[in-house]
Design a protein around this ligand. Structure first.
Ligand code: GLN
Length: 483
């Protein structure tokens, strides 16, 4: 039953053809059967899930259920969950049991969704392959020798492997869209400020944004509608009315202007990705959309700007992990300073240390203007490029990732190659815009290819509607990897 759409599952729950307890049991059984191979989950929560499912069944019986009541769900392990281990993929937090729920977690609890577990991720959301997790790499359900993408690779793999129908993620530079593409599912990162960051462990606060994974755009719309909304505990949370992100699903594509940035279609993407993306664009034209060339001349500067700004913010955010209040503390040390040094040296992995070093450097006296201020100026230019492009088109389309899923270990020794995995996604975070990735076919090795749709600020309902129309005419999103 958990292979069905959320609409069909919700109808089955209401018609008593299935119970929430049965759904949770099915989800937990699939995790148990597949997690040894995929390593998508760091923690599973059998007892609390079955209890939440029983409560959902009571709500269904009382007629007070919403669209997500009784639906099994996984949270990326970056979201704090009261009474449940919240590791952020790090040895630093390997023993951290959060005393409170993230805003997103409490909203989904209120909606009656049933959390079955917490998913694996790159340590502190830094990475594009999930290989930076302290808990070992997650494997791609389409080919376990390949990465699922990152940093939300556990959530993407869990949905792709049909362990759960929906999962949360976060996207600072591509961490929802890129793993969605590499795992053959749909993922959306909304406009910055749409989803509260309260209780979402911070990486780069001016870029971090919660997002949704599901097999289809229609299901992503339901999940995002439940996750979004103003929260006074996050100072960057937007004071906007709650939205129904499903409202544009039925809107036809006739008249839609799709902008194709010429820089995205120049060299850089693999031939198999290009072929799938071109075929998907042909399908969009068949459905009534027109395409127009646009230009994002500063997009090539997104990676260098991001790898100044994000580490700068990370170096500040991660200073709180000092071995004093929570998290890992070295067993032996001589004095306070030595305790800080040893706890951080032992608790953080190599990529996190690299970024703390880079971030501390670019913020230091004498380099601040040359690197940090310069990167902030590039950020503005990149946002201006998008503003100009959206005067010519309604949505922008291109590849999500330059390649299909790569082999485990293939890029882990070369940080620059790894950073280039996000060449098409990072500019969107710098501008704060919404972006979505949907399945668009298959490439080398039968691995999925994602198409990225970028919207103007607050156009998530439109993006979801556009993707839904595509998914009504195609079945890429319905293909499942072999169990
Ligand atoms: N892959 C990018 C990085 O390593 C983006 C990660 C993210 O979006 N959290 O920083």
């Amino acid at each position: 039953m958990i292979d069905s759409s959320l609409k069909d599952i919700a109808a089955a729950l209401r018609a008593k053809r299935v119970s929430a307890v049965e759904l949770a049991t099915e989800s937990l059984a699939r995790i148990e059967a597949g997690n040894g191979r995929i390593n998508a989950f760091v923690t599973t929560c059998r007892d609390s899930a079955l209890q939440a499912a029983a409560e959902a069944d009571a709500r269904l019986a009382a007629g007070t259920a919403g669209p997500l009541t009784g639906i099994p769900l996984a949270h990326k392990d970056v979201f704090c969950t009261e009474g449940v281990l919240t590791t952020c993929g790090s040895k630093m937090l390997a023993n951290f049991v959060s005393p409170y729920d993230a805003h997103v977690v409490s909203l989904l609890k209120q909606a009656g969704a049933v959390m079955v577990g917490k998913t694996n991720m790159d340590e502190f959301a830094m990475g594009s392959s999930n290989e930076n997790s302290h808990f070992g790499p997650t494997r791609n359900p389409w080919n376990p020798d390949c990465v699922p993408g990152g940093s939300s690779g556990g959530s993407a793999a869990a949905v792709a492997a049909r362990m759960v129908p929906i999962a949360t993620g976060t996207d600072t530079g591509g961490s929802v869209r890129q793993p969605a593409a590499l795992c053959g599912i749909t993922g959306i990162k909304p406009t910055y400020g749409t989803v509260s960051r309260y209780g979402m462990i911070a990486y780069a606060s001016s870029l971090d944004q919660g997002g949704a994974f599901a097999r289809s755009a229609e299901d992503c719309a339901l999940l995002l509608s439940a996750m979004a909304g103003h929260d006074p505990r996050d100072s960057t949370s937007l004071e906007r009315e709650a939205e129904d992100y499903s409202r544009d699903l039925a809107r036809p594509l006739a008249g839609l202007r799709i902008g194709l940035p010429k820089e995205f279609f120049a060299d850089g993407m693999d031939d198999d990705v290009r072929a799938a993306v071109e075929a998907a664009l042909a399908e969009y034209r068949k459905l009534g959309a027109t395409t127009v060339e646009v230009s994002l001349p500063n997009a090539r500067l997104a990676i260098p700007a991001y790898y100044v700004i994000a580490p700068a913010e990370a170096s500040s955010n991660l200073s709180r992990f000092d071995g004093v209040r929570y998290g890992h503390r070295a067993a032996e040390y001589t004095d306070l300073n030595d305790m800080y040094c040893k706890s951080r040296a032992q608790g953080f992995g190599a990529e996190v240390k690299r970024r703390i070093l880079v971030g501390t450097y670019v913020l230091s006296h004498g380099y601040y203007d040359a690197y940090y201020i310069k990167a902030q100026k590039l950020r503005r230019l990149i946002a201006n490029d998008f503003a100009a492009a959206f005067r010519q088109c309604d949505v922008i389309a291109g590849p999500t990732s330059p390649t299909v899923a790569f082999g485990i270990g293939e890029k882990s020794d070369d940080p620059v190659q790894m950073y280039l995995s996000d060449i098409y996604t990072i500019a969107i975070n710098l501008a704060g815009l919404p972006g979505l990735s949907h399945p668009a076919g298959f490439g080398k090795g039968g691995l999925p290819v994602g198409l990225q749709l970028i919207g103007n600020y607050f156009d998530e309902a439109r993006l979801l509607g556009v993707a839904h129309q595509f998914q009504q005419a195609t079945d890429w999103h319905a293909r499942a990897p072999q169990a």
